[in-house]
Design a protein around this ligand. Structure first.
Ligand SMILES: C[S@@+](CC[C@H](N)C(=O)[O-])C[C@H]1O[C@@H](n2cnc3c(N)ncnc32)[C@H](O)[C@@H]1O
Length: 278
């Protein structure tokens, strides 16, 4: 086994590019090395093949590709999710939606959950893990994203309680849900070109583009909610940091009530909580 660097040398090389936690992550991904190995056996050799892979990863990172895209995985709510070019890279802000659902359902469990625009399945799979009595359906227009969502449901042992449907929002669905969640595409079409390169280059446009006003998906979802959200049920929608007013207007025009607006860690409105009164 040809060896060209010691563990410590490789780690130091990675640290020139990445912070400590990420450097240890890369070392573990490519060389199977743990933080303990680094302390106990820093002078042991790393196979040339692994060194080559790490060097290639660093090059990709330095040209702007996020680690989550290089390794096709992302932690969400403390769970590891597989990604692909067809899925959005889940954002930490979306965890606000999970927190908001947990606040609402602290004394009881939702039983039928619908996730519109499920992507990697991060929201649905997390909720099914948190609510073991619930069943859920994840909808996406992208068959390739659904394949990833399915495998994430299997990975986290909730696949027996999850169904995945390729459809245009809720149009193809029947039945009633007591919890509907969605993080739809909400960026105005014209703004997409101004987005950070890492978003534009690596997140699928289908996951970003909310149409000219950024509200196209919400309008469709509201019309689907009329059929799909049970009386007494709740819907949680992620929104852009500047969309509270527009969403409030849409909710006023609907037959639903705005129950609450949940802020992210920067204090921006991030999730609207909607109630279907009995
Ligand atoms: C912002 S991403 C959210 C993905 C995932 N739920 C998350 O939070 O990371 C929006 C998702 O909506 C899906 N989508 C876009 N248009 C759709 C449509 N007409 N019907 C169903 N899903 C759609 C995209 O493919 C994408 O997976």
């Amino acid at each position: 086994m040809p060896v060209s660097m010691t563990l410590r040398e490789l780690y130091d090389r990675i640290r020139e590019v990445l912070p400590e936690v990420d450097a240890r992550y890369v070392l573990n991904k490519r060389a199977g090395v743990t933080a303990a190995d680094l302390i106990v056996a820093p002078d042991s050799g790393v196979p040339e093949g692994a060194v080559g892979l790490v060097m290639r990863d660093l090059e990709r990172f330095q040209t702007g590709e996020p680690l989550s895209r290089i390794y096709e995985e992302r932690a969400f709510w403390g769970m590891d999710f597989v990604l692909s070019p067809a899925t959005l890279d889940p954002r930490i802000d979306t965890e606000v939606l999970i927190e908001a659902v947990l606040q609402r359902f602290k004394d009881r469990s939702p039983l039928r959950i619908l996730d519109l625009g499920t992507g990697s399945g991060c929201i649905l799979v997390t909720l099914l893990s948190l609510f073991p009595q619930a069943y859920g359906v994840g909808v996406d227009l992208s068959p390739a994203a659904l394949q990833i969502a399915r495998s994430n449901a299997q990975r986290h042992g909730v696949d027996a309680r999850a169904g995945f449907v390729c459809a245009d929002w809720g149009g193809a669905l029947e039945g009633l849900f007591d919890l509907v969640v969605s993080n739809p595409p909400y960026i105005e079409s014209d703004v997409i070109l101004d987005l950070d390169e890492n978003v534009r280059k690596f997140d699928p446009i289908l996951a970003l583009d909310g149409g000219q006003d950024g509200l196209q998906a919400y309008k469709r979802i509201f019309s689907d909610l009329n059929r799909l959200l049970d009386e007494g049920g709740f819907c949680f929608l992620e929104i852009g940091f500047d969309q509270e007013e527009k969403l409030t207007r849409l909710i006023k025009e609907s037959r639903f009530l705005l129950k609450s607006v949940h802020a992210d860690s920067a204090g921006h409105p991030r999730v609207v909580e909607i109630f279907s009164a009995k």
